[in-house]
Design a protein around this ligand. Structure first.
Ligand SMILES: [Zn+2]
Ligand SMILES: [Zn+2]
Length: 424
């Protein structure tokens, strides 16, 4: 037996080595016609499906042999070390450890289904199972599998298959007339995010009615249009206003948490490092590189820890005390500015902005500070608005040339009845 198995695995190794050689030697594109390239791509996609099927099956084998010495996470880590992207590794683990689903495995073994589609089907089935109050009857389960597979054969995307599984699960839950309806079921809530190629964060959430209501009411409350200082209407689209509102919510939460956690935990909170010799290389801990302009804006943010480092990433000074306005200074700013100096948003949603950036050596004192809400703060740091200190020791707003070609200073929101002529 043992000798046979060895021979077989030697054969497999030889066959695989042959396939690798042939693929490596394959030359495409040079003398091909369009239809030939199309046909060749179809074959290559078939090979990809087959290769992915074997990868998932082998991942299942590794799991059974206990190669990674544990389930789930460890196996995924092993695949990541072998060169898989984390999302791909997770997919192979899910599909590979669920190969008791015969009809699906047979189609995958023919190369007729991609591992992304197989994964959507496997996840769909387990979602339906998680929504059922009692074990799913085998016949019903196989009907569900066929239904999901027919969506795949009909050319639906993995996301559409996932939605279809949700619908099946919701129907079942409604029929069972037991437990919580999907709309109120927190156990299926999801929040996912991934970094995009252009360094942004793509966020996707699916929430129950109560969590959804909380999000909706807060975003609505914080995203009302705000007139510009000259009285013209808010130029931000609704989507942009909601995104600004979402960031305000994060800042408020961060501020609430800061009091409890900042003193003892080294993790948590936003960390910005600025190399002393190369401010252009400023970076956020998770999201990575940011421009010097954003680094300066973050210098105003009480929820951010800014660390200046030397060229060996050794912190030179954490500077929190000198950088942030003290509670007493914030009260003084509140007394003078009352609200966001640009749009009048309540002081509770404002940050203390340095007129001359702290990163550029601006001092943290009353004459170099003013209150700005999140959206207006971005206008000042990124969109050409300036704040200058007037001879009256009140902040004045200087619009960008695109808003007022003469860039005439406007008083702070709480002093809008004034003009520069009568301010003195
Ligand atoms: Zn504002
Ligand atoms: Zn600022």
């Amino acid at each position: 037996m043992i000798a046979d198995a060895t021979v077989e695995s030697d054969d497999t190794a030889a066959i695989l080595a042959g396939i690798v050689d042939q693929l490596a030697e394959l030359r495409t594109g040079l003398d091909m016609t369009g239809p030939q390239a199309h046909a060749a791509l179809q074959q290559i996609l078939l090979i990809r499906n087959l290769a992915d099927h074997h990868a998932a099956t082998l991942t299942g084998d590794l799991d059974r042999f206990g190669v990674a010495d544990g389930h789930g996470r460890r196996l995924r880590e092993l695949l990541t070390v072998m060169g898989c992207a984390p999302a791909v590794a997770a997919r192979f683990v899910r599909v590979g450890t669920a190969i008791d689903i015969d009809p699906l495995v047979r189609r995958a073994a023919d190369g007729a289904i991609s591992s992304e589609h197989a994964d959507a089907i496997v996840r769909g089935l387990s979602h339906i199972e998680s929504r059922s109050t009692e074990p799913v009857d085998p016949d019903l389960r196989s009907a569900q599998l066929m239904s999901l597979m027919s969506w795949s054969s009909a050319g639906m995307t993995p996301a559409q298959i996932t939605d279809h599984a949700r619908t099946i699960a919701n129907e079942l839950a409604a029929d069972a007339d037991a437990g919580v309806p999907a709309a109120e079921d927190k156990s299926i809530n999801e929040l996912g995010y991934h970094k995009t190629d252009d360094g942004r964060l793509d966020v996707r959430a699916n929430l129950d009615a109560v969590a959804g209501e909380k999000l909706h009411s807060l975003v609505e409350a914080l995203s009302a249009p705000k007139p510009q200082p000259d009285g013209s209407h808010d130029p931000r689209a609704a989507e942009r206003r909601r995104a600004d509102a979402f960031e305000s919510i994060l800042e408020l939460a961060e501020r609430g948490l800061a009091d409890e956690t900042v003193s003892c935990k080294p993790t948590g909170g936003v960390l910005l490092t600025i190399p002393a010799d190369a401010p252009k290389l400023s970076a956020l801990e998770f999201m990575g590189s940011v421009t010097p302009a954003t680094a300066k804006a973050l210098g105003c943010d009480a929820a951010v820890t800014v660390v200046i480092v030397d060229d060996a990433q050794v912190p030179l000074n954490v500077g929190r005390e000198k950088r942030l306005f003290t509670p007493a200074q914030r009260k003084a700013l509140l007394l003078r500015d009352e609200c966001c100096v640009k749009c009048g948003a309540p002081a509770s949603r404002t940050q203390a902005h340095h007129l001359v950036s702290w990163v550029d050596g601006g001092p943290t004192d009353l004459d170099n500070g003013c209150l700005l809400c999140t959206a207006c703060h971005h206008d000042v740091h990124d969109r050409g608005w300036d704040v200058v200190m007037g001879f009256d020791r009140h902040p004045w707003l200087v619009p960008p040339a695109g808003v007022d070609p003469k860039r005439r200073p406007l008083p702070a929101y709480n002093r809008r009845t004034l003009h520069l002529d009568n301010a003195a």
